[in-house]
Design a protein around this ligand. Structure first.
Ligand SMILES: Cc1cc2nc3c(=O)[nH]c(=O)nc-3n(C[C@H](O)[C@H](O)[C@H](O)COP(=O)(O)O)c2cc1C
Length: 225
C-alpha cells in the first residue's frame, strides 16, 4: 500500500466517521424534538384546563359573586342612596314594600297616636307584612347591602321581616342608613342578631340628602372586589 492509498483509505474512514457522527447527531436532535413534543403534549391538559376555565367561570359567576342592594325607604332618602350604590357597584335593587304602605300621617312621629308612634311604643305591632321578603336567585348574590331609615335610633322595622326571612350564610352583609342626625348606632348589630347568619360589616350612616360622591367615597373605602 502506497502513501496515496493510505490517504484515500484515511479519507474514506474520515467520511464514514463524519456520516456516523451526523446520523448520530440527527438521531439525538430528533429525540430532543420528541422530548419537546412530548412536553407540549403534557402541557395540553393544563391548557385544556385553562380553556375550560373561561367557560366554567361565567357559570361560577352566575352562581355567586353578585351584589344585591336591598332597602326600605319611607320618604325616598334611603332609596336615593340605594340607587347610588346599585349604580356604582352594578348591583341589583330590591325594594322592601309594606303591604300597607306608610302614609305621611302614619309617619308623624310627633303624634303619639300615629301608626309609627304606636308601633314604637308597642313592639308587638312592628311585624310589618311585606309584599315580598325573599329575592329570586338569592344564591347568585354574595354581597348584600341593606338600607333603611333610622327610626328612634334603630333600623326602621319594615326591614326586620326581610332579615328574618333570609339565610345570609356565606354572604357579606353591609348595612347602610339615612337619618336626620343620629348615627348608625346599634342598628346594624341588631339586624345581624336578628338574622343570625352572614358576615355583617360595620356599615355606614348617610345624611338624608347624601350625594353620589358621598356614597362613592364610602364604597371606595370598602375595597370591594
Ligand atoms: C318615625 C320616624 C322616626 C325617626 N327617627 C329618627 C331618629 O331617631 N334619628 C334621626 O336622626 N332621624 C330620625 N328620623 C328621620 C329619618 O331617619 C330620615 O328622614 C331618613 O332620611 C328618612 O329616610 P327615608 O326617606 O328613606 O324614609 C325619623 C323619621 C321618622 C319618620
Amino acid at each position: 500500500m502506497n502513501k496515496n492509498e493510505t490517504i484515500k483509505k484515511g479519507t474514506i474512514n474520515m467520511k464514514k466517521l463524519t456520516a456516523l457522527f451526523l446520523s448520530l447527531a440527527m438521531v439525538l436532535s430528533l429525540a430532543a424534538c420528541g422530548t419537546n413534543a412530548s412536553n407540549e403534549t403534557s402541557a395540553a391538559p393544563e391548557s385544556t384546563g385553562n380553556t375550560e376555565e373561561p367557560s366554567s367561570q361565567p357559570e361560577t359567576e352566575g352562581e355567586a359573586g353578585g351584589t344585591l342592594v336591598v332597602y326600605y325607604s319611607a320618604t325616598g332618602n334611603t332609596e336615593q342612596v340605594a340607587n347610588y350604590i346599585a349604580n356604582i357597584t352594578g348591583g341589583d335593587l330590591f325594594e322592601l314594600e309594606p303591604v300597607e304602605p306608610y302614609t305621611s300621617d302614619d309617619l308623624d312621629w310627633t303624634n303619639d297616636n300615629s301608626r309609627v308612634s304606636q308601633e314604637y311604643y308597642d313592639e308587638s305591632l312592628r311585624d310589618v307584612e311585606l309584599v315580598a321578603d325573599t329575592v329570586e336567585n338569592w344564591d347568585s348574590y354574595d354581597t348584600i347591602f341593606i338600607g333603611y331609615p333610622i327610626w328612634w335610633g334603630i333600623a326602621a322595622w319594615p326591614t326586620d321581616g326581610f332579615v328574618e326571612a333570609n339565610d345570609f350564610t356565606g354572604k357579606t352583609v353591609i348595612p347602610f342608613c339615612t337619618s336626620s342626625s343620629s348615627g348608625l348606632g346599634e342598628s346594624g348589630q341588631l339586624l345581624a342578631e336578628l338574622a343570625g347568619t352572614g358576615d355583617w360589616q360595620e356599615g355606614m350612616r348617610f345624611r338624608s340628602s347624601a350625594s353620589e360622591a358621598d356614597v362613592q367615597e364610602w364604597l371606595d373605602s370598602l375595597n370591594l372586589s
